[in-house]
Design a binder for this molecule. Structure first.
Ligand code: FE2
Length: 216
């Protein structure tokens, strides 16, 4: 299963839960200050240690004693969508953040040809893809996400409200940027555009995207 590759790649916490154990907060694949100066230690500590931890804690409470208890995280997200709001919101947000953290790198990663060629083929140019990613991130009113996804054999860029992950629509996320204010307000205040540009230009882990592209 594609998502397991994140674990293999970064040795972060396995989010395919072992039976009869609760989900735990993933370990970050880098230190909390590693993304500075683009993303501060304060932001990462709050975002990972408080926000994501809350999703994990709430998800464990919601799935306790239910049919979801023995599912892996992806299946919980897919099965609870539009059925069990509490389960879905927290499980999806946990999955979203796992993708978010693994999609960034402390060291700038050059885009491998496999990724740039796929972007050129889908969007005309890498710059057009970036423009669309930022535009849809800005157009997501309120809280949500913007994603580069694999869809119908090609690539697309989509935004989602609140905690929705594109896997519920049969799309595989290759990269996701959190546009909830907690993701950028400490470092960028209300400037979501600069945050998204920084994410794409300086933080995105294109080697991770390549791995997802090949295996999605
Ligand atoms: Fe977040």
């Amino acid at each position: 299963m594609k998502i397991d590759n994140i674990t293999n790649m970064h040795e972060s916490h396995p989010f395919v839960r072992k039976q009869n154990q609760e989900f735990e907060l993933m370990e970050l694949p880098y230190s909390t200050q590693a993304l500075e100066p683009q993303m501060s230690r304060e932001t990462v500590e709050l975002h990972h240690g408080k926000h994501q931890q809350t999703y994990v804690t709430n998800m464990n409470k919601f799935i306790a004693g239910s049919d979801y208890e023995n599912m892996n995280l992806r299946d919980i997200v897919k099965n609870s969508y539009e059925k069990d709001r509490g389960v879905f919101n927290n499980a999806a947000q946990n999955l979203n953040h796992i993708i978010f953290w693994n999609g960034m790198s402390p060291d700038k990663v050059d885009m491998p040809p496999a990724v740039s060629e796929a972007l050129e083929s889908a969007f005309g140019s890498v710059d057009s893809a970036k423009e669309k990613f930022i535009d849809l991130g800005l157009k997501q009113f309120g809280s949500g996400w913007v994603w580069l996804v694999k869809k119908d054999g090609g690539l697309d860029i989509v935004n989602t409200p609140n905690g929705v992950n594109p896997i519920v629509w049969g799309q595989e996320p290759l990269l996701g940027a959190d546009v909830w204010e907690h993701a950028y307000y400490v470092d960028f205040r209300n400037d979501r555009k600069t945050y998204l540009e920084t994410f794409w230009d300086e933080l995105a882990n294109w080697d991770y995207v390549k791995l997802q592209l090949v295996q999605a």
